[in-house]
Design a protein around this ligand. Structure first.
Ligand SMILES: [Zn+2]
Length: 443
């Protein structure tokens, strides 16, 4: 074949590939994502019912959210989107001061069976939708098949958004990636001074490559250190299936922490990362609470009590587990989606918060934990952009805090649950943190 024809064929193949990849990106952005991260449509009516006096109060809150999967998707954080749940302009609109953005590298295709009578669990071999999405979105090929590379790619997206939000000409809020207690104090001071700045904390949901292949202690700890160096400050060992670190709440083994899991969590704690036990099996949660010295979080969850129908009990916390987390000084982030909290939108989010407070007022527990404030362990854990349908997106947060106020929370309790508790925990646990700093920085 003449050289010219070969060149032409190459050009044609490249053009076809480009069209195919462009098509894939369009499918990922405009077909898959809007269907995955939707809202129920109640937000405009909910927001319209919020009185101006409450809006003023909401603006004075420090609102923080412990979990969102936004980095998985191909949306630009700097642009106000017409779908999905979070971006910087909508964070500002909703008055959200700080969001934990989580690296999610393996989302299994199988959904659990809501019928507790049917035995069902998720295997690590389930098809990985995060991988498919990474290909469809034409992220760098190294991230297509490698979980660690995918985590790095997603982290890069947040760091890139931080850089671009500081470039001249950008009108939206500046993103500050918070890595230390001093960063958090700076974020709070700048927001208090009226600056247009929001905070982001990197988290990992399922550190599946850490400790793999019976890794020894030094290797496991080095893998955690690597995540710390990347900027990760919230460390959830498991996601929806069991891995080398331990059992997951929807996993098949029911096991607790492995040796690798113990080394990983001890290293995370030593470095100043917050250990997150959302998606952990009950055994993993108990092992971690017994192992660690510092408070832990369950970043996005529901409660087993009152969880019926579409709400999936095995994923949620029992009253005993709520008490374990609180006794450790930890936080429970109330999720916003029906499979965690139930089908009744904002009212079910409140129901979960009430149940957490109620579980902590059990007489036997109160007797052994005098002085424990039942509202000091509540937080928001939306799971925004986590392939869930929520009653609000981030711009609808005033409607949620209004519902919390109407539901009987005092202003102090509202400030605690909306972000005060999360602020204090981060100010204590992040590198350089202390109880004294938490006391001065988090009002
Ligand atoms: Zn999750």
């Amino acid at each position: 074949m003449p050289q010219r024809w070969i060149s032409l064929l190459r050009l044609l193949a490249a053009a076809l590939l480009a069209v195919a990849l462009g098509g894939c990106t369009l499918v990922a952005d405009y077909v898959i994502e809007p269907g995955q991260n939707s809202t129920t449509g109640q937000q405009p009516a909910l927001l319209a019912a919020v009185p101006p006096t409450h809006l003023a109060l909401h603006r004075s809150l420090f609102v923080a959210d412990l979990h969102a999967d936004t980095l998985l998707w191909d949306r630009d954080l700097l642009e106000a989107g017409d779908h999905g749940h979070i971006d910087l302009p909508r964070m500002q609109q909703g008055g959200l001061g700080l969001q934990v953005f989580t690296l999610v590298t393996d989302t299994p295709r199988e959904t659990p069976n809501a019928d507790p009578a049917v035995d069902h669990c998720i295997y690590a071999t389930s098809r990985n939708l995060a991988a498919l999405l990474t290909v469809l979105e034409t992220r760098p090929p190294r991230a297509w098949f490698n979980l660690r590379a995918r985590a790095y790619d997603q982290a890069g997206k947040l760091l890139d958004a931080e850089r671009r939000s500081r470039a001249p000409g950008y009108q939206g809020p500046e993103l500050m990636v918070v890595r230390s207690a001093a960063d958090l104090a700076r974020l709070l001071a700048r927001r208090a001074a009226g600056e247009n700045v929001v905070g982001g904390v990197l988290g990992v949901e399922g550190a599946h490559w850490v400790g793999q292949g019976d890794a020894d202690e030094a290797t496991t700890r080095a893998q955690v250190q690597e995540l710390f160096d990347l900027g990760v400050r919230v460390f959830a060992p498991t996601h929806r299936f069991d891995n080398a670190l331990g059992g997951a709440s929807e996993g098949c083994s029911g096991r607790g922490l492995t040796s690798q899991g113990r080394w990983a969590l001890l290293e995370a704690e030593r470095l100043g990362m917050v250990v997150d036990l959302a998606h952990a099996s009950s055994a993993t949660l108990r092992d971690a609470v017994a192992l660690l010295a510092q408070p832990i979080i369950v970043s996005h969850t529901g409660v087993q009590e009152g969880c019926e129908g579409v709400c999936y009990r095995p994923r949620n916390l029992s009253d005993d587990e709520i008490r374990l987390v609180a006794a450790k000084g930890g936080l429970i982030g109330a999720g916003y989606w029906p499979e965690a909290v139930g089908p009744n939108g904002v009212q079910d989010i409140l129901r979960v918060m009430r149940q957490v407070a109620r579980a902590l007022q059990q007489p036997a527990f109160k007797a052994t934990h005098p002085g424990l404030d039942p509202h000091a362990h509540l937080a928001l854990g939306s799971d925004f952009d986590g392939a869930v349908e929520t009653p609000i997106d981030v711009a609808g947060l005033p409607a949620l805090t209004w519902a919390m106020a109407q539901g009987g929370m005092t202003e102090t309790q509202l400030r605690q649950a909306a972000g005060g508790n999360a602020c204090r925990l981060l100010a204590q646990r992040l590198p350089g943190g202390s109880a004294a700093l938490a006391g001065t920085a988090c009002k």
